[in-house]
Design a protein around this ligand. Sequence first.
Ligand code: NAD
Length: 515
Amino acid sequence: MTQVAEPAIDTTDAASPTPGRVSHWIGGRLVAGRSGRQGDVYDPATGVVARTVDFASADEVDQAVAAASAAFPAWRATSLSKRTEILFRIRNVVEQRRHELAAHLTAEHGKVPSDALGEIARGIENLEFACGIPNLLKGGFTEQASTGVDVYQIRQPLGVVAGITPFNFPAMVPMWMFATAIATGNTFILKPSEKDPSAANFLAELLAEAGVPDGVFNVVHGDKVAVDAILEHPDIAAVSFVGSTPIARHIYETGTKAGKRVQALGGAKNHMIVLPDADIEMAADAAVSAAYGSAGERCMAISVVVAVGEVADSLVDAITLRLPRIKVGPGSDPDAEMGPLVTREHRDKVASYLESGPAQGAELVVDGRQHVLYQEGQGFFLGLSLLDKVRPEMECYRNEIFGPVLEIVRVPTYAEAVALINDNPYGNGTAIFTRDGGVARQFQFEVNAGMVGINVPIPVPVAYYSFGGWKSSLFGDLHMYGPEGIQFYTRAKIVTSRWPDPGTSKVDLGFPRTR
Ligand code: NAD
């Protein structure tokens, strides 16, 4: 393992794991919070507080930055072959211990084990991509750009970089960020969601086990106080953020004002167009899995189906038929396919659209509040819900619901369907279901969204492409992970070199020319 300088922090109160308390991970060890501020972490399936999480002060963020800064010189100097070896080991240990990681996700997020394992598999893809770092960091070389002059480009790490992540993918989104960040030679500080913080600490343990030197990967827990300390810290060079649009905007504006490189991914309202020529059964299956998987708490979930022309009635029937077959229940139930929502407040907010939608003229086809777990359970459950005849001016359409509520908007033509998507302030993912290749091609050409599915409802790019939306779904220039992630976490240095023959050097006061 590469030796790094001891981090300049006081770890005298470093705690061994305290059951029921989630502490920071700084400089390769657990560090109990000293701010006196903590948050409750719920088991969403039972509604009980399962543990507490420490909330970092600005001083504690500073400790993490000190540890990451101390580790940076040795880590950036670690050879690419050594870094690759460590990345392979991270990939293997995460894969081997994925069931334990999945258990953390189910316990605090509520997603069922099959969904948790799917999240981890998509995260592992990013680790596998990062294992190719020697190839990914190759620069260009121009021989004889001028007589006796060569020009070449190298890409170097930024330094200490931070990632601020949302509750809905507590393992995958951190992997989107840290895989490429540390592969490119940066040291990393993760500020995970305070709603489900344990996966971050478990990942920190796995990275340490894989041989990541102390201080290269750190976790500080907390809320706005920790986030603002990250945004203001002069020794943090870049911030990656994934979360809701208002916070993404705040992160982008504040971080860039402080001179940082920022990529901030925001919320979404993903539309799926179904044309009259589509395979209705295929489209209904796709809509149900994309709308209700993970209880609709996915940034790439389909939340609006745009039914074009005469397809609407049969499509709504086909979707409605499928909903009672989906088993809602806690992750401990092996048959459960959809778990609870993350908090009671969020569940109640989602349920409120089942009130406001019909009040504004929508038709409530399936009401998830009828589910026994909503009515009698202590957990944060809401059954699958379907709203038909939704109009763009309704509150349920204008807001990102982020729950198990699918909306149907009926439009007469393809042109109106595309206009609806292009007028929407979000532009994360979108999909079209059709058998007509020409229309599909036209759609990919003219739709204003970052990720497009053609008969694929959740077009999350594979790790060797990059992930990012348009409009209010992303603030910044570069998308996350993949080739754009490599670009985000490195900066270019162009070297122009000449090795003159002895005795030929002379002073030239003219501006350099290239001939
Ligand atoms: P959120 O914006 O509430 O929180 C995200 C992070 O920001 C968390 O770490 C949180 O602690 C922090 N935060 C919250 N309020 C803050 C404040 N006032 N100041 C500073 N930091 C603050 O998002 P969430 O509820 O955890 O996640 C769900 C949202 O994330 C949805 O809007 C979803 O669409 C979006 N999301 C987007 C993508 C994407 O790729 N575009 C992916 C996943 C989730």
